[in-house]
Design a protein around this ligand. Structure first.
Ligand code: AMP
Ligand code: MG
Length: 346
């Protein structure tokens, strides 16, 4: 199959309505999209990405009114948050309606809904008249693409079209918040930190975020746990309610091992040929770091260093999401002791 980068929205719409998958631009990262109401199309998304079937997909819709078309028992607080941040990089997990096929939600009785802000994606939803399921347009576990060329490098030969919508202006995935727990306990859970921050959500909703789930470190998904040796095991019944699906320990990873460090200044001042040193500070604001993070990881991956080193950023606001991605992408930690490098695996 030949993969072409296109600009024509109608070609993209036809692929979706024909039950095929295509890459579409969103404001966060590029998506691998298909008709969310067509189980065969959704299966193709999982196959192209090699994504495990127990990792549920986000369904993209065009209006706040559509939330109650695909979800139910929607709390008032969700609407307060949606009025402020949607369309935009925030996803709401709510109880699902029957119309959403089980394959989309990995068999869960909840569905993740987002109203994307990219005009081309909105056009595709509007013209096709379909809700669109779309995870990021990368092979499972790899770095999310933030421009059409990076999608091509990732999925060349696997899909027919990539709709080119330019560089993504958010650069990291949406914040995923859950209301299914909130209904029971009066809190909101952040299942994945993202561009919209915990503080912003608390301000608008007047509800506290549940601090335990908001760790970005949850490694249990559905009924399975990833053990330290990488083996997936069923979890105990009592664990299932506590934790969220789809939160993998290793994710967003370059092929070159990535090491986090607190000693970035050492790497910047001592030339080590094996090390690709990413200095995130050169991007200035946390916002700008988020926009450039995945692109720069891909760029360094292509340079074929033995390893890449990077330091975490300040852990507040968007920094929480950036650090979440860096931790999941990393192979471990490196520090300097007596002028020697000490590598510690994850
Ligand atoms: P991605 O497709 O890689 O952007 O990831 C989507 C994220 O949303 C994953 O972390 C999923 O686990 C999460 N998600 C999607 N649907 C649900 C759901 N029904 N319940 C909880 N989390 C979900
Ligand atoms: Mg992804």
């Amino acid at each position: 199959m030949i993969t072409r980068i296109i600009k024509d929205v109608n070609t993209a719409v036809k692929e979706i309505t024909d039950g095929n998958v295509i890459s579409l631009p969103t404001e966060t990262v590029y998506g691998l999209a298909g008709d969310a109401l067509n189980p065969d199309a959704v299966l193709k998304i999982f196959e192209v990405k090699n994504r495990p079937s127990f990792n549920p997909l986000i369904v993209h819709i065009n209006s706040i009114d559509d939330i109650s078309v695909y979800g139910e028992e929607i709390p008032e607080e969700l609407y307060k948050i949606a009025e402020k941040f949607s369309p935009g990089p925030i996803t709401y997990v709510v109880k699902k309606k029957q119309i959403i096929p089980d394959i989309v939600t990995a068999g869960l009785d909840s569905v993740a809904l987002r109203i994307p802000a990219h005009p081309l994606f909105s056009e595709v939803i509007r013209i096709s008249g379909k809700p669109v399921a779309a995870p990021s347009a990368n092979m499972f576990g790899r770095i999310s693409p933030t421009n059409a060329l990076d999608v091509l490098k990732e999925l060349n030969g696997k899909i027919k079209f990539i709709l080119d919508g330019g560089e993504c202006n958010v650069g990291i995935e949406s914040t995923v918040i859950s209301f299914t727990e909130a209904l029971r306990s009066g809190t909101i859970n952040i299942l994945r930190p993202g561009f919209i921050t915990k503080e912003e959500i608390e301000d608008v909703s007047g509800i506290k975020i549940n601090p335990e789930i908001n760790s970005g470190q949850v490694i249990v998904y559905n009924n399975y746990r990833e053990t330290d040796s990488g083996i997936i095991k069923p979890v105990e019944d009592r664990e299932i309610n506590l934790l969220s699906p789809g939160m993998l320990k290793n994710h967003y990873a370059p092929l070159t091992p990535l090491f986090l460090t607190d000693d970035i200044d050492y790497f910047l001042t001592n030339y080590i040929p094996a090390a690709g040193v990413i200095n995130l500070e050169t991007f200035g604001s946390l916002h700008n770091i988020a926009v450039n993070l995945f692109r720069v990881l891909r760029e360094y991956d292509e340079k074929k260093f033995e390893y890449i080193v990077v330091s975490k950023v300040k852990n507040f606001g968007i920094g929480t999401a950036i650090n979440d991605r860096l931790t999941k992408a990393s192979a471990g930690f490196v520090r300097i002791q007596n002028n020697e490098l000490i590598f510690i695996g994850k």
